[in-house]
Design a protein around this ligand. Sequence first.
Ligand code: HH2
Length: 281
Amino acid sequence: MGGRSLRCGNRRLALDRTRVMGVLNITPDSFSDGGQLFRSGALDLGALRVGAEAMCAAGVDIIDVGGESTRPGANPVTVDEELRRVMPVVESLLELDSIVSVDTRKAEVAEAALAAGCHMINDVGGLADERMLAAVAESSAAVCIMHMQGTPATMQQDPRYKDVIGEVRQVLETRSRQALAAGVDAERICVDPGFGFGKTLEHNLTLLQNLAQLRVDGLALLVGLSRKRMIGALANRPVESRMAASVAAAVLAAERGADIVRVHDVPETVDALKILEAVRQ
Ligand code: HH2
């Protein structure tokens, strides 16, 4: 069978249309959905499972489980705490039909998740942890390499670029070529410009306007704009009222070449992308 696809362990995701990655944050402090899955401090696995099943019913392609908030100013969590949050959820979700991704910057968390059978590692650190590349290379899982300037604690203090498109592209090119050289097949790699990760509103808009230039070596392109600060700034909406603007942003990103959009509002985004698909030539 021809056509582009992303290999995710024993699954293959055809990239013949824009695919949807649904966010499942296992964090008490994520900026838009933090805390909802914690009841009196303990993780509510039942509620989580119901949420994940609803995403599957709505047509999600990938569920992205994250145990550390990376919102601007967020404090890092320890490896043990991240494992405690993420692993029971990964094990539960692997019983479902979806591709399961783990959003982590830590090689130790990635190693445990890969050993449990997760299909993808979403590394917002862009392979900054030295062992991350080896962990992914030894598996057959997919990896998302995201661009971030600085670290979540300080990244929004004073982000600067001479040429934001060129610089982001350069980093994605370098890191993905390192992955290729380490033995990760091209069909297992996605790249992501990392909207809001060490970027001003102007930087984010420049990246979105020129998204097509961020396609690196034919690799899959993933984009996360959902409910972010830039969406809030443009629509003048607090975080709980950013759904419509986020869906619009996802459609625009898809039209400009995103293969996968990472979103909180799965049913609405799936519907919106059907309209785009119907008018696509
Ligand atoms: N954005 C966030 C987290 N992970 N991964 C990729 N590949 N691309 C992104 O743009 C991206 C990401 C931040 O959003 P969210 O998970 O909603 O918030 P928090 O980091 O506070 O949990």
